[in-house]
Design a protein around this ligand. Structure first.
Ligand code: ADP
Ligand code: MG
Length: 472
């Protein structure tokens, strides 16, 4: 039923958006966003999506999948019709927020396209009010969308596009039934676009049930071997966790993502790293959304050296600067391995992919090598130079200011407070992230305590604020 497109016929990236039947005004918007040509997944999927086909598309994180479906649904949208015409299901609030923002950015070419996010963790009432005011596009998590359908606050009669984004992760999170419920409430005459980074069996089941003669677009990652340098270290199983510290001391990456196969191993590794004096945090399914946001902000700010995570917890995570990925265990699935290491070596920076393998992992390494078409490069732990180097310390510290969007704080207010009255330079201040309740700002480590003192003594947006440094 499905029709696979052989890789050879996948159009090359770098083709212009102008070749596509997109709404005329959109090209100026794309230009403003710096989207000068299509990414490979966009070049492969957009012509099919615009021709009205259902689609199963697979490509790694950061490949531009959002714009691929956003442009397809925006092209069909009639802004003068005040009804929900497209819906995107996402696994988490965080991802739904990202998708909402990307669609809003792309929708600038037309006036008044309303995009509403419907996620759990916040009250229903404001969401119901937004829906009453008329929404063209809704983006949300399956559970919350289901709630709205049950209460009758979301009407899908005019829907013509359903998107399942990060479908594999939604299944991991146990959303199969919720997705099925939502899909059954959509009109039968619709286009369904499914995006996923991997293809577990559940995806085929979803596709059989809810997609109609889908076209398949699958982009296996082609990493240029020059950017990601991959090394395998043979270890005894009981040496694994200690070996992570040796790798960190030798390679001294500023930011490292360490993958474990189980949650328990994440906890154990975190303990070992803390005992060795590393600044490390863990990302796991038991975190509340707010805690998860905080961990990610600290890591993205370069104020935490190591983020320890399982594949499930790290799905969808896109980190701009990542010097190393460490596989504490080799995963049995070569596709997952390639996906893991593809997170480093972005944007023409070099990245290390370091894997710890015991004798029993050899088969897995052989499968990976076969899939990547390269010989594995083996090294010994004894080569690692871990002498009397200074401790690995992150260059930045994240400060948390109590007060955020609710208090109408904007990044400029915080930057102003730090570079104005407090007298710091622009170079000493890093990323500033404003969330609903808090504002996070990265500052150079050597000014952190002084910055806390001066911010607490001074004012942000005319008000005194509570400030603390987040250190593990
Ligand atoms: P994915 O969903 O595949 O993980 P995203 O849709 O989040 O990836 O896109 C990753 C990044 O690439 C975003 O910052 C987005 O703005 C950017 N991007 C998307 N399409 C293009 C393009 N055609 N040209 C340049 N940048 C793009
Ligand atoms: Mg995405």
């Amino acid at each position: 039923m499905t029709e696979a497109i052989p890789p050879s016929s996948v159009p090359a990236a770098g083709r212009s958006f102008k070749e596509l039947p997109l709404p005329p005004g959109i090209h100026a918007t794309l230009q403003q966003l710096g989207y000068l040509s299509m990414t490979p997944i966009q070049a492969a999927s957009l012509p099919l999506a615009l021709a009205g086909h259902d689609l199963i598309a697979q490509a790694k994180t950061g490949s531009g999948k959002t714009a691929a479906f956003a442009l397809a649904l925006l092209t069909k949208l009639n802004p003068r019709r005040f009804a929900v015409q497209a819906m995107v299901l996402c696994p988490t609030r965080e991802l739904a927020d990202q998708v909402t923002q990307e669609i809003r950015r792309l929708a600038r070419f037309a006036d008044n396209i309303k995009v509403v996010a419907l996620c759990g963790g916040t009250t229903m009432r404001p969401q119901m009010a937004s829906l009453e005011h008329g929404a063209h596009i809704v983006v949300g998590t399956p559970g919350r969308i289901m709630d709205h359908l049950e209460r009758g606050s979301l009407d899908l009669q005019a829907l013509n596009t359903l998107v399942l984004d990060e479908a594999d992760r939604m299944l991991d999170m146990g959303f199969y039934d919720a997705i099925a419920y939502v899909a059954k409430h959509c009109p039968v005459e619709r286009q369904t676009l499914l995006f996923s980074a991997t293809f577990p069996e559940g995806i085929a089941r979803l596709a059989r049930q809810f997609l109609r003669q889908p076209q398949e677009v699958k982009l296996l990652e082609q990493h240029e071997g020059t950017k990601i340098r991959q090394r395998f270290y043979e270890v005894k199983h009981e040496e694994r966790l200690q070996a992570v510290g040796l790798l960190l001391k030798h390679y001294r990456p500023v930011s490292t993502l360490a993958f474990c196969n189980t949650k328990q191993q994440c906890r154990d590794l975190l303990d070992v790293l803390h005992a060795q004096g590393f600044h490390a945090l863990a990302l796991h399914g038991d975190l509340e959304q707010r805690e998860r946001d905080q961990v990610l902000i600290q890591f993205a700010n370069r104020s935490c050296s190591v983020l320890v995570a399982t594949d499930v917890a790290a799905r969808g995570l896109d980190i701009a600067q990542l010097e190393a990925v460490i596989n504490v265990d080799v995963t049995p699935d070569p596709e997952i391995h390639i996906h893991r290491i593809g997170r480093t070596g972005r944007a023409d920076q070099e990245g290390w992919a370091l894997s710890l393998c015991s004798k029993s992992d050899q088969r897995r390494v052989a499968n990976i090598a076969q899939m990547m078409g390269s010989e594995p490069e083996w090294h010994e732990l004894s080569e690692l130079q871990t002498g009397d180097d200074a401790a690995l310390v992150p260059p930045m510290v994240t400060l948390q200011i109590l007060g955020g969007r609710k208090e109408k704080i904007r990044p400029g207010d915080v930057l102003g407070a730090l570079t104005g009255a407090a007298g710091f330079t622009r170079e000493q201040v890093g990323k500033i992230t404003v969330t609903e309740q808090s504002t996070y700002v990265a500052v150079a480590r050597d000014i952190a305590s002084e910055a806390v003192r001066k911010l607490s003594a001074g004012k942000v947006k005319g008000k005194t604020v509570k400030v603390r440094a987040l250190e593990d």
